[in-house]
Design a binder for this molecule. Structure first.
Ligand code: DC
Length: 210
């Protein structure tokens, strides 16, 4: 089997930065699976639909094209909320499962998301669950928004993050949780370099890749 590395965890825990770096070092393709849910949410909004409507959301997921992932408007509060809503629809998750498996089984891959180690690739050779305290994740997201020139209230960012965490964890369809055999990496007190060092050590030991 090709090498599959699953990196799951809540928003702003540092998994995207980490996953991209691991993929670069090991020469594996990288897929940010959150973008799939974001692109489905966008398609629904474009058509004037309700992202929480199961039928509409599933139809948008089945019509998803790779070029939808290149859109420039997949981030921001509207896209966040639409993605979280469509991600709770079982039919959407089902439609996106094949896309993710196809992407990764050809050459192996590093995938980051919420259910990679539990649902999409339970057989992944290395699973990481990257997390951090809510206050820390809020601060990081707030800094990101500030850097983009968006002057937002930190309490609003925390509220939004807490609501999305609850929705992602409480939904029936593939809720956010660590796989039993995942290595739990709490990045609350680690910067990106320290996080990378710990993670790559674990991944190398598990996969035998250098
Ligand atoms: O990681 P992100 O913030 O880009 O994810 C956007 C939304 O999609 C978020 O609400 C969680 C959801 N998601 C998911 O349910 N499963 C995944 N594999 C990836 C993201």
């Amino acid at each position: 089997m090709k090498t599959i590395i699953a990196i799951d965890g809540p928003a702003a825990a540092g998994k995207g930065t980490l996953a991209r770096r691991i993929a670069g070092v090991l020469g594996l393709p990288y897929l940010d699976t959150g973008l799939l849910y974001r692109a489905v949410g966008r398609r629904v909004l474009d058509a004037g639909g309700d992202p929480a409507n199961a039928e509409t959301a599933e139809a948008a997921a089945r019509a998803l094209r790779p070029q939808d992932l290149d859109r420039g408007d997949l981030r921001g509060p509207q896209a966040d909320a639409a993605a979280s809503a469509v991600a709770a629809v079982a039919g959407v998750r089902d439609a996106l499962l094949a896309f993710q498996r196809d992407f990764a089984t050809r050459n192996g891959a590093v995938l980051d998301g919420r259910d990679i180690g539990t649902v999409i690739f339970p057989e992944a050779q290395a699973k990481l669950f990257v997390t951090a305290r809510l206050a820390e994740r809020t601060h990081r997201r707030w800094l990101e928004l500030q850097a983009k020139g968006e002057d937002v209230d930190i309490a609003a960012v925390e509220d939004d993050m807490r609501r999305r965490d609850e929705k992602d964890s409480a939904r029936d369809a593939a809720p956010l949780r660590a796989a039993e055999d995942a290595f739990i990496l709490d990045t609350s007190t680690l910067d990106a370099d320290a996080t990378f060092r710990v993670a790559i050590g674990f991944v190398r030991a598990r996969t035998g890749l250098s």
